[in-house]
Design a protein around this ligand. Sequence first.
Ligand SMILES: Cc1cc2nc3c(=O)[nH]c(=O)nc-3n(C[C@H](O)[C@H](O)[C@H](O)COP(=O)(O)O)c2cc1C
Length: 320
Amino acid sequence: MQFYLAPMEGITGYIYRNAYRDFFGDIDKYFTPFIAATSHKGLKSRELRDVLPENNEGIEVVPQILTNNATDFITTVDKLKQFGYKEVNLNLGCPSGTVVSKFKGSGFLAKREMLDEFLAEIFDRCDIKISLKTRLGKDSPDEFYELINIFNKYPMEELIIHPRVQKDYYKNTPNMAVFADAMKLSTNRVCYNGNIFKKDDYDKLVSDYKELDRVMIGRGIIGNPKLVNDIKTGDYTLDKDTLRSFHDRVFGDYYELLQDQRSVVFKMKEMWFYMGAMFEDADKYLKKIRKANTRGDYEAAVNQIFRELTLNPANGFYFG
Ligand SMILES: Cc1cc2nc3c(=O)[nH]c(=O)nc-3n(C[C@H](O)[C@H](O)[C@H](O)COP(=O)(O)O)c2cc1C
């Protein structure tokens, strides 16, 4: 089985990726949060930092691109090729209103003729591996049956399926009936993504889909960074010192980069949204983290959590 770290804007950038690799390191491919393709020569500084080879040494990184414009996609691929990238991923899943209204991300799934033409052009003109990360459709999972006929026309590296539609955002449960059909209908290799939060979720998935050989995990890993190891070994222990050191590494690297306590605290809060669930009876402690705006308040709240609470990864983050 291959394990992929899902792209999560604001969380799984190179700082998290490097710390994760050094502390846990059991991921086969790391997907970057999306790069919004443009016709400009350069990448935005945040996007550039995320893909610079010196920020990703020894890590298998796949940059993700968000666009519905083939020329912009190809321009972005050319920029990424200069850094040595041999594979990119197309975002057909982003549910955010501003993206969808421009027919990008999962909004592109509603424009199937346009999508087909776009894919024809990029697969014809790019000499780089391309994978897709898609939802089942924009409005209805039934759209998938039309989409798969389009996807099957192109020799992609893999088809990563998050079996929800746009309006689900990250709620409701993945539609496993349509995913089962996708496994049968896709002529490309399929990777599953969605709601793997515990070893049990993974075990059920692989017992239902014996031919599945790749999964992508997002929130489950942020919630418990040792999850993939739990899955592989059945050992759920995670000692507080390791988690604390991992936390401190991420915090320190953000601080070095951003040099602004409010921005760093804001970034860390996004991690705690998922990670907090591992601590027992953490609500009032997590509230202190949510309210913190200064480094001092934040560190005091974190120190208290690590000092006073029991870490129980089996509690874990669960959603949907
Ligand atoms: C905060 C957040 C940011 C995300 N950013 C991206 C992104 O940049 N690109 C993308 O394809 N998916 C993005 N996703 C979706 C995840 O990659 C993944 O498909 C989704 O969370 C379902 O998988 P999970 O249940 O394992 O988390 C994001 C999800 C969240 C919650």
